[in-house]
Write a new protein. Structure first.
Length: 372
């Protein structure tokens, strides 16, 4: 049996949620196949070399098939590969499957946020994502989703057959504690304008409209009038609607209170999460939400959106706000900043909740769907 996996998302230098998932689920599948002593032949399809080192004493052996192509790699080059050298099963970790694909093609649809936040996407992005979701619902053999909320969305928007949808939550293992000297840690914090003892609110994700950063900044502008010792860091690549974020910064005079450092590497993320006071994640729509589990693992109080998906992942371990009400977000930040017992309660609940999401469990469930 040949298991083909689209590994194109493993090679992104500045990874977001989908890339993060792709890397960990592929590694998890290869670990599980190794544990089961499977005879399956695994082929990883990529447009260029991944430079990922997966030692055979820990991972199932695989062939990395490099098939370069300049644009529309999935729909043209991967489709052609499926015609000339089809695997028995194809797994696509992101929801865009090739036009030509094996009958047993399984994919993960992470969300259909574009259906809720149309303004956050240009026309090409919206119609491409909408077509891809429809095409997947109609022609994929099985579909994985990270939450029941996404399952309901597929049934609602695309009349997807419920029998082909399988809920497999993402994982998040405890972060490896990077060995960093106090001087190095201090140096990194100073790079972000943070000195010892300073309080700051942290957001990590793409800087775009659907992440609700306009309201978060408006809420912070109100919050900081009373809590003037706080700063805010919005860390991530710029996305659609960033110019509006810039405008809110200017209109509220937040340049000395808010830092936008762009994409941060793993060392920087580790230090910023370790030292922040509050993690803010007031997204308008999510399929899962990795920053939720990151906050739990780093034992930080989380302010987040009161929406179905987030409730499903966070349980009762977060401070929930209506993401459309700026005053409620500001009040939530103020309550977390002023109430130590509440922060401690949320951290304890978050530590417990995080244990429910492991990559090993996600990989086992994914592999079971693939092989059934």
């Amino acid at each position: 049996m040949i298991l083909g996996i689209d590994a194109s998302r493993m090679i992104s230098e500045a990874s977001t949620g989908v890339e993060f998932y792709s890397r960990h689920i592929i590694e998890g599948i290869l670990r599980e196949l190794k544990r089961k002593k499977s005879a399956a032949v695994v082929v990883l399809y990529t447009p260029k070399k991944t430079d990922v080192i997966l030692p055979q004493n820990e991972f199932h052996s695989f062939e990395e098939r490099i098939i370069p192509f300049p644009r529309f790699w999935t729909q043209i080059r991967l489709s052609y590969e499926m015609i000339v050298n089809p695997p028995d099963i194809l797994f696509v970790p992101s929801h865009v499957i090739p036009l030509y694909h094996p009958r047993k093609t399984v994919t993960m649809i992470h969300d259909v946020a574009f259906k809720y936040t149309r303004e956050a996407y240009n026309n090409f992005q919206y119609y491409y994502l909408n077509f891809a979701a429809w095409f997947t619902c109609k022609f994929a053999y099985k579909i994985l989703v990270p939450s029941n909320a996404v399952k309901q969305d597929l049934m609602r928007f695309y009349d997807c057959d419920v029998k082909k949808i399988f809920v497999v939550p993402h994982g998040m293992d405890a972060p490896k504690m990077i060995e960093i000297s106090e001087n190095r840690e201090r140096e990194i914090l100073m790079r972000f304008g943070i000195v010892s003892g300073m309080f700051y609110i942290l957001f990590i994700g793409r800087l775009e409209a659907k992440k609700n950063l306009l309201r978060l900044l408006g809420a912070f502008a109100e919050f900081v009038k009373k809590y003037s010792d706080y700063k805010m860091l919005l860390c991530g690549k710029r996305g659609i609607g960033f110019e509006k974020i810039w405008g809110v910064m200017e209109n509220n005079g937040l340049w000395n209170k808010v830092l936008l450092p762009g994409y941060i590497d793993e060392e920087e993320k580790h230090i910023l999460l370790k030292n922040c006071g509050i993690v803010a994640f007031p997204s308008l729509q999510e399929g899962f939400g990795f920053p939720i589990l990151e906050a739990f693992h780093y034992k930080k109080p989380l302010l987040t959106s009161d929406i179905l998906t987030v409730r499903e992942v966070a349980g009762d371990a977060a401070y929930f706000v209506n993401p459309y009400k700026e005053k409620e977000i500001a009040a939530g930040l103020a309550r977390l900043a002023s109430n130590k017992k509440l922060r401690e309660k949320l951290v304890a609940a978050g530590t417990k909740q995080a244990k429910k999401f492991k990559w090993e469990a996600s990989a086992k469930k994914t592999l079971k769907v693939l092989m059934s």
